[in-house]
Design a protein around this ligand. Structure first.
Ligand code: HEM
Length: 167
């Protein structure tokens, strides 16, 4: 619970901060009330999923996905991040961080019987943390003296460092 609930939510908050600071037009939409913090949470989960890939899932029976037959017992690599940018689902502009888009649902919390147990809590935590951060520091911006660095992982989509200036 601690592992599933902590790092994933930390990634959501870090990814949202990075997305907003690199898209000032989108940040302006939220700060002027034309988009909500809920929009930020959903669009971040779609556009920059906290977990990019989940390995070591196996088919328990034969399944056919998009015309491809996968026999029982095959190892699967779930691509939650790629699903969020699928143009067939999210349109030709799926690669853009756009708070005004009509959300089509995303896979960041997975799907089916193992759908994330903490999805509601994570959404609430993300919304509260981001709102309070930008309320307290509305001039928050990236530190131009040092570049952000991603952790080299195919599972966690996390910033190893995200240097910012508060004022
Ligand atoms: C943005 C934050 C979060 C993301 C992106 C996320 C993502 C996911 C994903 C993709 C799965 C499915 C993994 C699989 O395929 O087996 C999952 C399952 C799970 N998550 Fe989350 N999670 C988040 C926050 C949380 C929180 C806050 C909690 C609890 C405090 C939590 C608890 C769990 C648990 C217990 C499962 C296993 C559910 C099961 O197998 O039936 N998660 N989560």
């Amino acid at each position: 619970m601690i592992g599933a609930g902590y790092e994933t939510t930390m990634n959501l908050i870090g990814n949202a901060v990075h997305a907003l600071l690199t898209h000032p037009d989108q940040l302006d939409l939220v700060l002027t009330g034309r988009a909500s913090w809920d929009d930020v949470v959903e669009e971040t989960l779609r556009w920059d999923a906290s977990i990019q890939f989940m390995p070591l899932r196996y088919t328990v029976e034969d399944v056919t996905l998009a015309g491809v037959r996968v026999p029982a017992g095959e190892p699967l690599l779930m691509g939650y991040g790629a699903a969020g940018r699928d143009p067939a689902r999210h349109g030709h502009d799926a690669h853009l961080f756009d708070l005004a888009r009509e959300q089509q649902g995303h896979m960041a919390f997975s799907h089916g019987p193992h759908y994330c147990l903490g999805a509601g809590l994570a959404r609430m935590e993300g919304e509260i943390a981001l709102r309070m951060l930008f309320d307290r520091f509305p001039a928050l911006h990236l530190d131009s003296d040092s570049a952000p660095e991603r952790e080299p992982s195919i599972v966690a989509n996390v910033w190893e460092s995200l240097p910012v200036r508060l004022r």
